[in-house]
Structure formats: structure tokens, C-alpha cells
Design a protein around this ligand. Structure first.
Ligand code: FBP
Length: 552
């Protein structure tokens, strides 16, 4: 493989581990747990894996003659920087248990387990991928593991390979399914443990025990570099407003973190829009107001950050999308009818199926956006928000508002736009030092949980604003994170998504500053991620984490 000079140097890096994982490890059980909500329903659905205790690793006594463990690993969902290090952490962990242990990677995501597509991950393969970005070591996929038939197919290959455990590296949906799988294998005494690892650049798989999902740190640093570069261009040319859409399917953690790192003029926070029940019109009016006020100071330029999931949080759009989801839910009679129609008749037919209010909103949208709302759902039934050009929708609407303001002598500036969408630029970036160490520690923790016979747990590494050797590793029962939610028209147990907390320190800090950032030009230019150099530059966690831990 041809590798860059940076890759060569990074290959030599030894990720840091919490000190409790460096030598022999003992696992200590804490309090029994319960789910965050709907305790009765979740307890009934997960009789074998509900209520287990939190587990913390501590330095222990060396155990001799431990048997080899065979583990299968699956990467699920969108790429996130550091996935390769989770895998190398598992590999090193199980080899430490016994050098005869084996690691198998299922290819192309959860589908690889069902279709029995796998590769044995040898030391040679692992060494090629240490400290690199991407999921290309085994690939990822979005196949949903939820049917018993799939679990049984998975068990066949697990038995063939003599697997003791599966590690599923994924976001909230994939870890929900991992927990269902753990429960099923426990119920039938399959002898296969299931451990999850918290992955997603979106940052919305977090709680008291999972301080952040991996990949969020690197991805937001990459986007912040790009936003900083754009801000410097905007401030140099002084002629464009840059509308930047940022990935993050639902939550606005990415937008908020990038705002905290770069201080742009406008950042929309979807959770605030929902809380204030803001209409699209109100959002546009606020943006146009800021643009007009900056124009009064001769500043016909600026940068606005727009979270990818925004439109699902605007109440009238949320209602419309929910109705469209029901009409277009896979396998329904309406979905079949929709697909049979000629493309030219589809929009009109859909409008006729919607409630009056939603039909009005649907018809008012630019046709390109209306079509984007009807495109195929992902396998979890979600609208693929990354395909919706919200930045252009807002840009067009702001432009027409400013034209009206101009006609009424309320705006005398110029408004030129440039549009950007940052998502894929960051998902496979070379992991920051934080993600490199965090991911390796997560993988290593998973191996420790496996060797102790645990199932239905998510690997957890906490105290992340401290130096890595002070991090606290252990396991959290996945049922602890669950509540009941409506999916595809049915109530289902799912891991509760962590949206931006409007009472949380990161958001509060942002609103205390946003007026100043809107009207003055207070840009920060973070520059590219640095891997070598002073700790203040190379080893900083996200601003979100620091504010949440109140160390700023
Ligand atoms: P995960 O939740 O699976 O980690 O995916 C994150 C994400 O990057 C979202 O931010 C984005 O909406 C989505 O994946 C895009 O996925 P795809 O490239 O498969 O369309």
C-alpha cells in the first residue's frame, strides 16, 4: 500500500490507554441500573439484560492461563474517524488475554454477519490500519439487524468460527439492535456475547456514562478548519454570505461545536427552533435581520452554519415529514401506489394524501426540496436529511425577504451567496490524538468486558477531559439508555438520542456570545488538526466536552 509521509509517522504512534487497562485488569460492579424511561416496558422486553450494574475497570492481579477468545467485529452505519483504532484495540486486548485469540471482521456492515462474509484480521492487516481514518479495513453498511431470522443466520457463522462474542461499533440505532441481539442470544443460551461501542460523528449517542461518541472530535475539528478558512475568505473578499450546512442527521451538536470553535455570525440550532416552535418564516426573518444590520456597517458578508437536520425540527416541516414517512413507509399500500405513479404525477398525488396544513406547506416548497423530501428512506426509516439542500432553501428564502426589505427601504446592502455542505470531508479524516486514544481505549475495554463474560454492555471510557491515563474505563448496560419511541408506526425500545441540551453549558455559552458574534466580526481560525507538537495544540478535547465538564 502506498502511504503518505504523515501516515508513516502516525503508524508509529502508540495510543494511550487509561492506566487501569495497562496491566492486569479487574472489573468492579457498581449499582444496579434502570432504563432512562419506560422502565416497566423495557424490563419486560429485556428480561436477561435489564438492570445489570455499571462496570468499572481497576488495576487487578494477573490471571494465568486464560483461554483464547474469538471475537467478530462489525462496523455499522456512517463512517467516523477512529473506527480502525477500535478494531486494533480489540485485537491487542484479546491477544493479551491469550495470543491464540482470533479476531474476525464481518464485511460491509451488519449484512456481513447475516451473509457470512468475513475476513480474519491478522496482525499484518491490523498494523496497516492503526491510527488511520476510514472504515475500509472491513467496510460498513446500514443493514438493520432486527429479525430473529437474521440473528439465527448470524449464530450459524458465529458457531462455525467458534466466536465467543460480537462487537458492534455503531450509533444509537445500531447499538439498540446490538442490545436486542444480546438479549436474544442470552435468551436462547447461544453462548455468544454482544458488546457495543459508541460511534457517530453526530455526537448524539451520549449520556452520563458515554461522554461522547467517537469521531465527533475529529470531524468537528475538520469542519472547523474549513469554516475558519471560509471565514477568512469572507473577511478578505467582503462580498459573500456563506451558507454552510453541517452534517448531523438530527442533533445540532456538530453545528454548536463548530460555532464554539470558530465564532461565525449565525448558527442555527435545531433544538432551539423546536423549543420556540419557530416557523421557517421566522427563521428567515431573523437571518435577514442580522444580514441587514451587518450591511448597515458596510459588512455585506458573513458565515451562517445550518444543521443538516434543521427542517425536521421546524414544527410545520416536522409534521409534513411525519406524514410523508407514514405514506412512504416501506411495504405500505400507499408506498406501493406512490411508486407505481408516473414521476410527473407523484407530487400532486402526495399533496392529496396529506392533511390540509401539510399539503399547503408541501406545495409552498421549491420543487427540488419537495422532491428531496420524498426520496428513499434509510433502512431505519429516517428521511435522508443529507440529501436535502436546506442551505439553498434558506438562501433563496432569505434573498426574497431581503428583496422585500429593499423595496420597503429596510435594506440597502448587497447579498451574494455561496453554499457549502460539510459532512463527508470529515467522516474519514485521520483521527485526532483524542480520537486515536479514545477509540483504542474503547476497543481495548470491549476486549476486557468480553473476557469477563459480559453481554448487553456498551464499552464506556469516561473522564475524557483529563489526560488519557486518568480516563475511567468500563461497561454500561445498554438497556440503561433505552426508552420507548414510535418507529414505523409502532412503539419500540430504542436508545434515547441525545439532542442539544438547551439548559446545558455549551448552548448557554453560545447564546451568551451570539449577539456579539453576529454583528461584530469575531472569527476564530482554528487551522488543521495537528498530530505532533505542543499539548495545547494537539491534545485538546472538544469545546463541548470542556464546557460540559466546566473546565473552561
Ligand atoms: P451514523 O449515525 O450512522 O453515524 O451516521 C452519521 C451520518 O454521517 C449523518 O450525519 C448523516 O446524516 C448520515 O450519516 C449520512 O449517511 P449516508 O452517507 O449513509 O447517507
Amino acid at each position: 500500500m502506498n502511504i503518505s509521509a504523515l501516515q508513516k509517522e502516525r503508524a508509529k504512534y502508540h495510543p494511550k490507554l487509561p492506566k487501569s487497562l495497562v496491566g492486569a485488569v479487574k472489573l468492579v460492579e457498581g449499582q444496579k441500573t434502570e432504563s432512562v424511561a419506560n422502565q416497566k416496558e423495557i424490563a419486560e422486553l429485556f428480561p436477561n439484560t435489564y438492570g445489570m450494574p455499571i462496570i468499572t475497570s481497576e488495576e487487578g492481579e494477573k490471571k494465568r492461563d486464560r483461554k483464547p477468545v474469538n471475537v467478530g467485529v462489525i462496523l455499522s452505519g456512517g463512517q467516523a474517524p477512529g473506527g480502525h483504532n477500535v478494531i486494533s484495540g480489540i485485537f491487542d486486548g484479546i491477544k493479551k488475554i491469550n495470543p491464540e485469540s482470533k479476531l474476525f471482521g464481518f464485511l460491509g456492515g451488519p449484512g456481513g454477519l447475516v451473509d457470512h462474509k468475513y475476513v480474519e484480521l491478522t496482525a499484518e492487516i491490523i498494523d496497516e490500519y492503526r491510527n488511520t481514518g476510514g472504515f475500509d479495513i472491513i467496510g460498513s453498511g446500514r443493514t438493520k439487524l432486527e429479525e430473529e431470522a437474521q440473528f439465527d443466520k448470524g449464530l450459524e457463522i458465529a458457531k462455525d468460527l467458534d466466536l465467543n462474542a460480537l462487537v458492534i461499533i455503531g450509533g444509537d440505532d445500531s447499538n439498540t439492535n446490538a442490545c436486542v441481539l444480546a438479549e436474544y442470544y442470552a435468551k436462547i443460551n447461544a453462548g455468544v456475547q454482544v458488546i457495543g461501542c459508541p460511534k457517530t460523528i453526530d455526537g448524539d449517542l451520549k449520556n452520563e456514562m458515554i461522554e461522547t461518541s467517537f469521531g465527533f472530535d475529529t470531524a468537528t475539528k475538520v469542519y472547523s478548519e474549513l469554516i475558519g478558512n471560509i471565514q477568512r475568505d469572507a473577511n478578505s473578499a467582503k462580498k459573500y454570505w456563506h451558507f454552510v450546512k453541517l452534517m448531523g442527521r438530527s442533533a445540532s451538536h456538530i453545528g454548536l461545536e463548530c460555532a464554539l470553535q470558530t465564532q461565525p455570525n449565525i448558527t442555527l440550532i435545531s433544538e432551539e427552533v423546536a423549543e420556540k416552535q419557530q416557523t421557517l418564516g421566522e427563521i428567515v426573518n431573523n437571518m435577514a435581520g442580522i444580514i441587514a444590520k451587518r450591511a448597515e456597517n458596510g459588512e455585506n458578508f458573513g458565515v451562517a452554519l445550518i444543521p443538516e437536520g434543521l427542517i425536521e425540527f421546524v414544527p410545520e416541516m416536522k409534521k409534513l415529514i411525519a406524514e410523508l414517512n407514514d405514506i412512504l413507509a416501506e411495504g405500505t399500500a400507499t408506498e406501493k401506489e406512490f411508486k407505481m405513479l408516473k414521476k410527473s404525477h407523484r407530487m400532486e398525488w402526495l399533496a392529496s394524501q396529506l392533511t390540509e396544513d401539510s399539503a399547503k406547506v408541501f406545495k409552498s416548497l421549491p420543487s427540488g426540496i419537495a422532491i428531496q423530501l420524498t426520496l428513499d428512506r434509510d433502512p431505519h426509516g429516517n428521511v435522508q436529511v443529507s440529501l436535502i439542500e436546506t442551505e439553498k432553501l434558506l438562501g433563496e428564502m432569505v434573498k426574497s425577504k431581503l428583496n422585500k426589505m429593499k423595496a420597503a427601504d429596510q435594506f440597502s446592502g448587497k447579498f451574494g451567496t455561496q453554499y457549502h455542505f460539510f459532512g463527508y470531508e470529515g467522516r474519514c479524516a485521520a483521527p485526532s490524538n483524542f480520537d486515536t486514544d479514545y477509540c483504542y481505549s474503547l476497543g481495548y475495554t470491549a476486549s476486557v468486558l468480553i473476557s469477563d463474560g459480559k453481554t448487553g454492555y456498551m464499552a464506556s471510557v469516561r473522564n475524557l477531559t483529563a489526560p488519557a491515563n486518568e480516563w475511567i474505563a468500563g461497561g454500561v448496560p445498554t438497556t440503561l439508555m433505552m426508552n420507548m419511541e414510535k418507529r414505523h408506526g409502532h412503539m419500540k425500545p430504542v436508545i434515547q438520542k441525545a439532542l442539544v441540551d438547551l439548559n446545558g453549558a455549551p448552548y448557554k455559552y453560545y447564546i451568551s456570545k451570539r449577539g456579539e458574534w453576529a454583528f461584530n466580526t469575531k472569527y476564530i481560525y482554528p487551522g488543521p488538526i495537528q498530530y505532533f507538537g505542543p499539548t495545547e495544540v494537539c491534545d485538546q478535547p472538544t469545546v463541548t466536552l470542556k464546557l460540559e465538564k466546566e473546565i473552561m
